[in-house]
Design a protein around this ligand. Structure first.
Ligand code: GLU
Length: 495
């Protein structure tokens, strides 16, 4: 297998968002091209005019850009073998259809969809092979004229070779042998003049000098058809590599039922592109049983098709979340701050424009929560109490932790000291807590836990001194006062 001048491509049909499976295919093509210093082409297969949309093209490009899967030729950047939208290449397909017609390797077929359906059903009912019966394969000129006179619009069918076998030496699956008898004379140009996928893909992969066709294994059955087209046109056949299917945790094909399937949804949920790329790379590829964390650069260096499995890969959300947590912890404070600010603004927890001091404060909060969140989206609920005055209290925490008889007096003591401590820093706050602990003669946890409930409303948060310092003195005091009242009222109620 030659790896000189590697050219791979991702060829999505723009009929929806960028699916996790599509992103994995794009990633493997990108990695393969980058590993060998080759070219990664992006081609938009938009010949299905009814289902292709502009929004979908935008969503796909956005998804790829977000993942950092830069293409060397394609939409936006052009290249020597464009255009890269199939809808702009119709003349090219027509030219090759005509060539096959001229060489009698294809023929016009006038059968209508209704006739084909009726004949298929009849064949099935009689236990015969339902494939196209080649009724139009040998029409005379006169017969053709007569059919056209009836107003029929012909399709063009490829004259498949139906004897012998077609072999594929798949770089992942090894040798696959297809019985040509299974192939029918498939349509290469529809009655509206549009090419079909199995035809256009061959023309484009050839003209775009694609050396390796790496795609999902749902295309395996298309491969012998495509190889026959290559052969009919005397085009060299590229290498093929079919990637294993991606399953959900219940071992059925990954779909909406299993959660988010679009790459942009993962972006919106606060996954980091590096984590996503790392995780997608492991859907079918592995380097060793123990190594799982790879930067894009490491993936490029280590990637090879012989480490791609033939077995289906299982999409494991828990593992992706874990991995995202790892990458979140690696972010430097500035970067993390830049990522959480828009999320807080979107929730109305921060104003549209913030000054340097407010940014510093967000940074402190972000860093204190950095090791506790798995996605950026989790940051908003876990940090709400820093930004809102009316916090929500977990009723169980209030009953069990706040409503203890020593709490109101202890809070009074804390309020008194916290009001005076200067400056209001983590170290000084810690000092206050130690003093109060001493005075009330309890464990430190007995001081901290009620304060935690008082200021966060919950039983879990980052370190208490860190939280209070980030919350600032006025809010801390105000929450302790309110909680002391709440505790008193609860205790009075209990009597
Ligand atoms: N447009 C096809 C798809 O999205 C491309 C398949 C291929 O890579 O050949 O499935």
């Amino acid at each position: 297998m030659s790896t000189a001048n590697v050219r791979t491509r991702f060829a999505p049909s723009p009929t929806g968002f960028l699916h996790v499976g599509g992103a994995r295919t794009a990633l493997f093509n990108w990695l393969y091209a980058r590993h060998y210093g080759g070219i990664f082409v992006l081609r938009i297969e938009d010949t299905d005019l009814e289902r292709s949309t502009e929004e979908s093209v935008t969503a796909i490009l956005e998804g790829l850009e977000w993942l950092g899967l830069t293409w060397d030729e394609g939409p936006g950047c052009g290249g020597d073998y464009g255009p890269y939208f199939q809808s702009e290449r119709l003349d090219i397909y027509k030219y090759y259809v005509q060539r096959l017609l001229d060489e009698d390797k294809a023929y016009l077929c006038y059968c209508t969809p209704e006739e084909l359906k009726a004949r298929r059903e009849e064949a099935l009912a009689q236990g015969r092979d339902p494939k196209y019966d080649r009724r139009c394969a040998q029409l005379t000129d006169a017969e053709r004229k007569a059919l056209e006179a009836e107003g029929r619009q012909p399709v063009v069918r490829f004259r498949s070779n139906d004897v012998g076998t077609t072999e594929v030496n798949d770089l992942i699956r090894g040798q696959i042998i297809f019985e040509n008898g299974m192939l029918d004379d498939f349509v290469i140009q529809k009655s509206d003049g549009m090419p079909t996928y199995n035809f256009a893909v061959v023309i484009d992969d050839h003209l775009m000098k694609i050396t390796h066709v790496i795609r999902g294994d749902d295309h395996i059955s298309n491969t012998p058809r495509q190889i026959q087209v290559y052969q009919a046109l005397d085009f060299p056949v590229p290498e093929f590599a079919h990637l294993p299917m991606i399953l959900g945790n219940d071992k059925t094909r990954l779909s909406k039922r299993h959660g988010a399937t679009s790459v942009t949804e993962y972006r919106d949920q606060g996954f980091l592109p590096k984590a996503m790329v790392n995780y997608l790379a492991l859907l079918g590829w592995s380097y060793s049983a123990t190594d799982t964390l790879f930067t894009p650069e490491e993936l490029i260096e280590k990637f090879s098709l012989d480490r791609v499995s033939r077995n289906p890969a299982v999409f494991d959300m828990k593992k992706l979340e874990w991995m995202n947590g790892v990458y979140l912890r690696e972010l430097d404070p500035e970067e993390l701050t830049g990522l959480v600010i828009p999320r807080l603004q979107k929730e109305g927890l921060l104003p549209e424009s913030i000054d340097a001091a407010a940014r510093e404060r967000v940074k402190k909060i972000a860093v204190s929560l950095q090791s506790r969140i798995r996605t950026l989206a989790e940051f908003v609920p876990s940090s709400r109490y820093f930004f809102e005055d009316d916090i929500e209290y977990d009723p169980a925490a209030v009953d069990k932790i706040l409503a203890r008889d020593y709490v109101p007096d202890m809070f009074a003591m804390l309020l008194d000291k916290l009001m005076q401590v200067e400056p209001f820093t983590e170290d000084n706050i810690e000092q206050v807590f130690l003093e109060v602990q001493e005075e009330v003669g309890r464990k430190l946890g007995d001081v901290i836990q009620p304060v935690r409930v008082a200021v966060t409303g919950t039983r879990v948060s980052p370190g208490m001194y860190e939280v209070l310092a980030a919350l600032g003195r006025p809010r801390t005091l105000q929450r302790l006062k309110a909680a002391a009242e709440m505790a008193k009222a609860k205790l009075a109620g209990k009597d």
